[in-house]
Ligand binder design. Sequence first.
Ligand code: ZN
Length: 385
Amino acid sequence: MTLEEKVGKTLPELGVSDAQGVESLFAEARAAMEAERQALISRGAANEKGHDQECKTLRDRWLARKGGLVSLIDENWLKKATKELKPVVGREFNQLRPVAAGLEVQALLLVVPVRTTQTISQAGRIPSAEAFGVATVSHDLTLPGYRPPLGSIHPITQVLREIEDIFLGLGFRIETGPEVESVYYNFDALNIPESHPSRDDWDTLYVDERTVLRTHTSPVQIRAMEKHGAPLYIIAPGKVYRHDSPDASHSPMFHQIEGLAVDRDITFADLKGTLDFFARKFFGEKIRTRFSPSFFPFTEPSGEVSISCVICDGQGCRTCKESGWVEVMGCGMVHPEVLRHGGIDPEQFTGWAFGLGVERYAMMKYGINDIQLFYQSDVRFLEQF
Ligand SMILES: [Zn+2]
């Protein structure tokens, strides 16, 4: 029985009732297809017109949607296969597909000079090898394709998303703002006086006299208050810039997340409760938080949040400099001046805010001791996450 006759029959009609029979049937089909393809190649493109016709004939014989051998195999072998045999027939059929696709390409291409793409678009068709003045080179286009390595999500992005998720779960929403920011939003509106050292060129990258690369994500506070008014519950993740030389703990660009809650009757207790919840969610239930007084121009009172050291559980180790505590963010009650700059009446509303460095969280979470590793695009480092 020829292959043409076989593809016109169902598997039971062919007496095929087990996986082995299916496999040898498909092997026969693949071998036939491959043999015909090879024969076409070895006859070459000597006669361009005749060759084009041969390519078309071979293609139609196998791949024509109606009456092509592959369609008939699909129709008679695959679709009519018994439930038991279907998986193996399906698998074999799938192995036939790339060979068939190779036939399609090979029939059209035959020779594969590198310049084809451009020439195809110019000529609207693929010229023969002679048109290029190159010898006929056949590539085995039936080989499986090259699978490019899969990437993974950068650890900073992972940590950003994790922190965002915690606050989204608490009803906060995400706000963003420009990285090239006006001096007004970056400093003035945040109650940072003209004389504050962070305005100095040493810390701030100035674009011009009134424009900076934002040194923190806090300007988003003002922009969000102006845009949405109160009540307001936002976090603002993003890149910030400082005039710092890169070393193990500094980078001229890094990521921050700013948090802001403004509502009636917001107190420091709300701030403590929220940040305590967040720390336990992010670092683990055992974590304890400690609030200590600090100073920021845009909050009053201001505080620093420390967590019990994740390495030694508060016993004291090198990471926490034997103190048992690691500082993880700054926070405080929003300064009335800042609320006013955001267009919110401090007599009616109060709020709290915090800011944290995302790189620091990623370093603590994964035990990384050099911030530069995040920016070096070294796959050996990145693929660990
Ligand atoms: Zn420790």
